[in-house]
Design a protein. Sequence first.
Length: 107
Amino acid sequence: MEEIIEIVRHILDEHHKYYTGNTLDDTEMIKELKFILKGIKNYLKKGKESKKNIDQIVDDLKKYSKDKYMKTYISNFEEDSDLSDEQKKEEASYYFEYLFKHEEHPH
């Protein structure tokens, strides 16, 4: 199982590099991420893993991608931004979760 998780992390790393290197829209990137995670979940359901284990693995992979996204999001703030580091993290987290749930930018 660890090998599968490492392979998926590598795929997520490459996906993130592609996203940042080609300046994809955040919405498209998140939709693709959801598609990847859904595929992993469906693959794992075919095995002997429990639903709880599968959900934990997928949640961990989502968090892994979210952390990468947040770092990129925060790095795009202007240096003279009035927001504290904590506020930047909160905004990045909110934005990721909103896009993940609604697949569109907040209004």
